[in-house]
Ligand binder design. Sequence first.
Ligand code: SF4
Ligand code: SF4
Length: 387
Amino acid sequence: MSTRVDPILLDEIKDYGAINPEACFNCGNCTAICPLTTDDHPFPRSTIRQLQMGLRDQLLESADPWMCYYCGDCTRTCPKGAEPAETMMAARRWLTAQYDGSGLGAKLYTSERAVFRLVARYVVLTLVAFIVYHALTGFDRIVTDRVELNTFAPVMLVWAFVLVHFAFLGFRLGKNTLNMANRVMRSTSEQVKIPLSVYVSEFKAFVTHFVTQKRWRDCNDVDHSRWLKHLLLVSGYVTMLVLIVPLLWWFQTDNIYPVYHPQRWLGYYATIVLLFASVEILIGRYRRREELHRFSHPTDWLFPTFILVSSVTGILVHIFRYAGWAWPTYIMYVVHLMAVLAMLDTEVGIGKWTHMIYRPLAMYLDAVKKRARQEKSAPELAPAGTD
Ligand code: SF4
Ligand code: SF4
């Protein structure tokens, strides 16, 4: 592993939201109090040390920032006000940007103007797409005496666009995830040859941590309330993704189904959960009472705001459609699409959302490393005469 020292690393991480990492004098209180740290991963002290010493390559190859769940215990016990929890958060933003080769992630985290430009791009593109479509098919074909959403925005056309967009987002996410895996495994792969069977047998660690995010429970979450809320948010988000990616052809309909029909209650479930979770997060960030809400980077506001706008506009489309108001339904549908597209493009693969993949991946790769080391040392430890 390279030990090249980079004197600008500390300032660079401050651009991503680290507050006072230079004040750390390496006492280790934070690591001693952290409920998630281990002998192999003595964060946050080790991460702050890497920053202070400018060990860029070591930080790039470290999965430690992904193992922190931001309970804030370390910050409460730091005698120097070095804000270790916020430094871990900034390190995660920095790593997310480094895994993304396009540079878009870096712009997103370091320039509010870039965020504005990206959102504006989706607002304009969506608007232009609708204007061009209706200019080509004839504005007089828009039905206004009743609501016909699938005439205004034909579901198969919208669905085709959604699938193409998701193919692009999936490619970006997959590329960045591979980038992370290559970096995190680099030093171990140089020392130990890891058989494919180890990657396969330990994959259950990825699935378990992805589905349950169970380390939240160990992170100063005595009554598990934060973990449960996060689980609820993920369930709402996944339900909505399923409804709009593989099932849009079924979900976007002009039929009015009875309230017990799954098309309605699945939509209601996802919308209510997303609405509740986004409002709760935004209020928490506004009040700043909890440790994890004391500092908010602009991108911390972005994701819950997108979820809130998408949920509210989705609800309004629903209400206007049932009320039979054609133009309010169509206009709100366009706004809803703008919010969803901008959210997906600023989050998947480059934004805060991506921790859903990187956190379980960090735990999975750690399990692979441990198993590979065990397998390497097993024959050496076996008593003479055995095989
Ligand atoms: S961040 Fe604070 S508690 Fe942690 S090692 Fe530095 S000075 Fe000590
Ligand atoms: S925020 Fe919590 S989990 Fe993260 S390093 Fe500090 S004590 Fe550990």
